[in-house]
Unconditional design. Structure first.
Length: 185
């Protein structure tokens, strides 16, 4: 069984990216599971608080889900042509303490997808993740790209992905990422 930890970088319950992550979990191929990791309760990073009270329980849960996975799927919104602050904050917390970075990130296969109401999808946010992933010494999967543009027409009012062509593209993307993790590609 290939286990992928999936994180959506939005706090909105019915966000396009949460819907995209749910759809990815539903469309994962046989032998692959996508475990959804929440960033809802992760506080803003503050080194003083880290020193005083340690790593918050919500961060420890996220770190353990990533560490126990075979790969990581980042589902990123794009805010002001970049990575959302809450999403970057969560990954920054996951890199604390620095001595834990190898256990959580080194060599871990990572794929990045995203949905946006704009016409270019999340191309700039996805590109913005590359220096972060390089710094954490992950293994970015660059064989596929999924940019859901004009997402308002691809999702329903509950935030569920209903556009059949996008669902097919997502299924192909997740199948390819899972195959690359397991060595079937």
């Amino acid at each position: 069984m290939t286990r992928i930890a999936g994180i959506a970088g939005s706090l909105r319950q019915q966000s396009f990216n949460r819907g995209l992550l749910r759809a990815a979990a539903d469309l994962a191929p046989a032998g692959t599971s996508i475990d959804i990791v929440s960033i809802d309760k992760i506080p803003l990073y503050n080194a003083d608080k880290e020193e005083a009270v340690g790593i918050p329980a919500s961060v420890e849960r996220m770190k353990e889900m990533i560490a126990s996975s075979d790969g990581l799927l980042l589902v990123t919104p794009e805010y002001n042509n970049g990575i959302p602050g809450v999403f970057k904050n969560a990954i920054d917390w996951a890199s604390r303490p620095a001595s834990d970075i190898p256990r959580i990130f080194y060599g871990r296969p990572v794929a990045v997808i995203g949905a946006s109401p704009g016409g270019f999808g999340t191309i700039l946010a996805q590109n913005g993740w590359l220096p972060v992933l390089r710094t954490l010494r992950t293994r970015p999967w660059l064989e596929g790209r999924l940019l859901v543009s004009r997402a308002g027409s691809a999702f329903d009012e509950e935030g569920d992905l209903v556009h059949e062509e996008v669902r097919a593209q997502l299924k192909d993307f997740i199948t390819g990422f899972a195959a690359s993790i397991s060595g079937r590609a």
